[in-house]
Design a protein around this ligand. Sequence first.
Ligand SMILES: [Zn+2]
Length: 233
Amino acid sequence: MTRIVVQIVFLALITGSCSISTLQKDLEERRILEQFRLIEILLPLPPDSIIARYNQYDSTSFYREHFTSLQFAGQLIDSLNAGFPDSLQIDTVAIEHSVERFGEAGRQRKILLLSSAYFTVYDDITILRSVIYHEFGHLAYDTLSTERRREFDSLWVEAGRQALYYLFHDAEYSGNTRFGGHPEDSPAEIFASAFNLLRNQPEEFRSRLLYVDERNRSTVRALASFVLPAPLP
Ligand SMILES: [Zn+2]
């Protein structure tokens, strides 16, 4: 039984907030459309149709249409919470319905923020699952002791030196091509991606590992030991 509270935060400039003028709204909509056109090839839907989806939703229809996915997210968060002390567990999911935050996810204390795009645009449970696992990976990284973090951080440097970051792009395992992992950015990012991939899609990860040079596999195994209870075979 899920205990997670779901909130929908409507911050969208283009969903018709009465505090901004129609002109501002049109300009903002055009600016965002331009941005989407630049990355069109990476999006699952044409830019116009994404904007239209943002415009047509209100919280009632959002809950109604995405009830199953929201329920799935709540249950997954409940089960992942079990691995963390009460003080760190996520108790609220805030769905942010603003195109400016398209495809973003993050955590603020006990609140998990998810862009509504993970429901309306990327209507795919495997992507939602991957994003939630990734955010719990960040939570797990934050719980490392200073010494363990130092150890992990040097593995991140080593993984870069051995050109192994490509193995940790969450997107390539879930079809979330634009917004899926950036392990090259920081140790926290590779940790979150490793947490997601090794726990959520262990078979796919292991099959890719077969193609990694034997000399570099020990770095991957060492990284994996931080997010898995048992060593990688
Ligand atoms: Zn991340």
